[in-house]
Design a protein around this ligand. Structure first.
Ligand SMILES: [Zn+2]
Ligand SMILES: [Zn+2]
Length: 427
């Protein structure tokens, strides 16, 4: 089959290398226009962005920015070569540039649970989104370029695992002796009492030994919650806590445990009445606190995110602009908008993006921004370009299943290592 596809790519690279940031205000940029007519890798060496064939080995000093996958059914943008696992250090993650969606008539990006947002170099996961709107259709395998404003780039509600997966605890069953009597000398190490019930069992959540092993579930919950610092800002609240660990054996406690197949939150923050959104800071290096921002949405149309004192969610980081971004609440839906920030408002791309003739958006990959235009002349493409029945279309593309990133593994890499490799703030 003769390929009649042209993917035009404008690559703009910031001259400086700083935390994978791109300065949207600077003129210190190099630009290059590229044209892909077949499956190609978009690579960067130094500040030079170029295309290479799919078999190209990614050598040291080269990074993969994106893969343009040309198939008879569609042209897809994906993060890595199918069937290959490019080492983390040679792969840039793809982030949607929210301000690039403005031309689509709809302003901003519609948020869903599981989306990972990035302001400058600070990342948040949408942990909970409780609004009156109907369930967001984020179960699709891929997202169409022309409908990126409608969201669905994240891992979705079910797939996003909590940052620390709950551990399964055995209730201290061995406390029941042969005679059915509870051993009297076993006491909770917090309250020093020895009784326990089904609702408030004695558990062994750490590696302490002997009589120091036991603790009441409720005593542990109360103790952990007492370690949380609350900060109020307007009607939104931020909760943060340092690593929660056993003061004796230093085992880290998870945020939830499973006891006899039931999930118990160990750390819980009070939820407001009505609609709200919680943003969870994607964790910084080990010693910095975990933070959850809880923002009630009642009587509120805009939630301001930024470094300024009047922000609803205040983020004290030099890479965050004073008035960086906005979450607009509109008829039960939440849209993320950029406010001409210096280092951009981004959403992590966790699904293949199908390019169509109406697509108009940019991706940031490291310090490069890639803008895509797709020219398509085959019969196949015209039928993809017209209808507005994404679910069916997505199903006809079932064979792209293998392209999906392993979401659980991705998430872990993402949380643990990739975001905050460098520790010095940009200047
Ligand atoms: Zn106790
Ligand atoms: Zn312990």
């Amino acid at each position: 089959m003769t390929t009649q596809v042209q993917v035009l790519i404008k690559a703009t690279t910031w001259a400086r290398e700083s935390h994978g940031l791109f300065d949207y205000e600077t003129k210190m940029q190099t630009r290059v226009s590229l044209k892909a007519t077949e499956t190609s890798l978009v690579l960067i060496r130094g500040s030079e962005v170029y295309l290479a064939g799919v078999d190209e080995e990614i050598k040291e000093g080269v990074k993969l920015l994106a893969v343009v996958l040309v198939r008879p059914e569609a042209v897809l943008l994906i993060n890595d070569v199918p069937g290959r696992k490019t080492p983390r250090g040679r792969l840039e993650r793809m982030w949607l540039v929210v301000s690039s969606l403005r031309t689509n008539g709809l302003a901003g990006y519609r948020l869903a649970e599981g989306d990972v947002l990035r302001l400058g170099r600070i990342c948040f996961r949408v942990k909970e989104l409780l609004s009156s709107c109907e369930e967001h259709s984020d179960g699709h395998r891929l997202v169409w370029g022309r409908s990126l404003s409608l969201g669905g780039l994240g891992a979705g509600r079910c797939k996003a695992p909590p940052p620390d997966t709950p551990i399964v605890l055995t209730i201290a069953d061995e406390l029941e002796t042969k005679d059915g009597e509870k051993v009297a000398e076993v006491a909770c190490k917090i309250c020093l009492m020895d009784g326990f019930t089904e609702e408030n069992p004695m558990i062994t959540p750490c590696t302490c030994k002997g009589t120091m092993r036991y603790i009441h579930l409720e005593c542990l919950q109360r103790w952990l919650n007492s370690k949380i610092t609350t900060r109020e800002r307007g009607n939104s609240r931020s909760y943060s806590w340092k690593a929660l660990e056993c003061s004796l054996c230093k085992t880290s406690f998870p945020s939830a445990v499973i006891i006899k197949e039931k999930l118990y939150d160990l750390v819980s923050v009070p939820k407001p009445e009505g609609e709200y959104i919680t943003l969870e800071a994607v964790q910084r290096p080990h010693d910095s606190p975990q933070t959850i921002h809880l923002i009630p949405l009642q009587n509120k149309n805009n939630v301001r995110l930024g470094r300024g004192h009047d922000s609803d969610v205040r983020i004290s980081d030099i890479s965050v602009s004073r008035n960086h971004a906005l979450i607009r609440y509109d008829q039960g839906k939440l849209f993320l908008e950029d406010n001409e920030s210096k280092f951009g408002t981004l959403v992590q791309v966790r699904k293949p993006i199908a390019l169509d003739a109406e697509s108009s958006f940019s991706l940031q990959c490291g310090r490069t921004v890639l803008s895509f235009t797709c020219r398509q002349r085959t019969r196949c493409f015209s039928c993809f370009g017209c209808g507005h029945t994404e679910p069916e279309e997505a199903q006809s593309l079932e064979n792209f299943e293998s392209l999906e990133a392993d979401s659980s593994g991705e998430e872990r890499n993402f949380t643990d290592e990739s975001l905050h490799e460098e520790e010095h703030p940009p200047t």
